[in-house]
Design a protein around this ligand. Structure first.
Ligand code: NAP
Length: 286
């Protein structure tokens, strides 16, 4: 039986993911805070642009990819009122473990399933359908949502109970934050040393320093192009989540603290909607 799926949050990640669901023949309705984005995608894909949560009532599943914890909880509260028993909500936003648990409890009270399913792989991963999905929740709910996730995932990992997906994403973001610090610092140094970028980048990529961020953002950051990508504002939000988890766990958080301070400065300087590679502007010593 074909799943009838709705999608909320048509941003840098959500829009290409919704397109993959459409390609798989599963998408029936889309919604977004700024309604014009939903209207445009709905018209293009010939699906419904949702005007209120009631319009999701006939969906078997609704996928979220919104910004903040409050955005997830607001949408979950509205969906809990309208979805039928046995329906499923999949959340791809990066939020706290506590938010995932609250969302699951709100929906469970109405007989609706929930999986926290944050993703990694960037906008390129969303566009190419090669995301790594980190899932928390009941195995049955993951199986129910698997045909949706398969539309845009290269890997789907069941990490444990509700919140385990978000816990995994927090670990992912420690690595991402550290890699970004190192790459931006290294490339800022390379500029000062007058090294030729065209030779430098493939040389670094061919050795032990090669990584996703350098490969995807190295050239553009050296050209001072910071179109997102992954916004500094979202990184700051993620690092606050990571800091709380790490402090509670009692691990050393030197990398996270440095990154938090750096992205806070970038947001203050008006880079909230710039890609995280704008970090090179701080590493240049400005
Ligand atoms: P984005 O480009 O800022 O898109 C967020 C989208 O959600 C926007 O279209 C926004 O609407 C919509 N939205 C926000 N609050 C909403 C609400 N209450 N109801 C309905 N729609 C709402 O962000 P993104 O980069 O796609 O990221 C989305 C989530 O995935 C974030 O939690 C982020 O941390 C995470 N993530 C991002 C990446 C990445 O590389 N970009 C990778 C992995 C995970 P407007 O049009 O009004 O702004």
């Amino acid at each position: 039986m074909t799943i009838r799926c709705g999608f909320i949050g048509l941003g840098a990640m959500g829009a290409p993911m919704a397109r993959h669901l459409h390609g798989a023949g599963l998408l029936v309705a889309v919604d977004n805070r700024t309604r014009s984005k939903a209207d445009a995608l709905a018209a293009e894909l010939r699906v419904r642009a949702v005007r209120s949560a009631d319009n999701f009532a006939d969906c078997d599943a609704v996928v979220l990819c919104v910004s903040l914890d409050a955005d997830v909880l607001e949408n979950v509260a509205a969906l809990a009122r309208v979805l039928k028993k046995g329906a499923l909500v999949v959340d791809h936003s990066t939020v706290s473990v506590q938010t995932a648990r609250r969302a699951a409890a709100t929906l469970a009270a109405e007989g609706i399933g929930f999986v926290d399913a944050p993703v990694s792989g960037g906008v390129e991963g969303a566009r190419n359908g090669t995301l790594s999905v980190m899932v928390g929740g009941e195995a049955d709910h993951l199986e129910q949502g698997r045909p949706l996730l398969q539309a845009y995932a290269a890997r789907i990992s069941h990490m444990g109970q509700t919140g385990a997906g978000q816990a995994t994403k927090a670990v992912n973001q420690v690595l991402v934050a550290g890699i970004n610090e190192a790459v931006c610092e290294g490339l800022a140094l390379a500029e000062k040393l007058g090294l030729d970028a065209e030779r430098l980048l493939p040389t670094l990529m061919a050795g032990a320093a090669g990584n996703w961020f350098l490969g995807k953002r190295g050239e553009t950051m050296l050209r001072n192009e910071f179109a997102p990508g992954f916004k500094c504002g979202h990184m700051l939000k993620d690092l606050r989540i990571v800091q709380a988890i790490a402090r509670e766990a009692g691990t050393r958080t030197a990398t996270v603290e440095q990154a938090l301070a750096d992205y806070a400065v970038l947001v203050e300087r008006g880079h909230g909607d710039s890609d995280t590679s704008a970090l090179i502007t701080l590493k240049r010593g400005g």
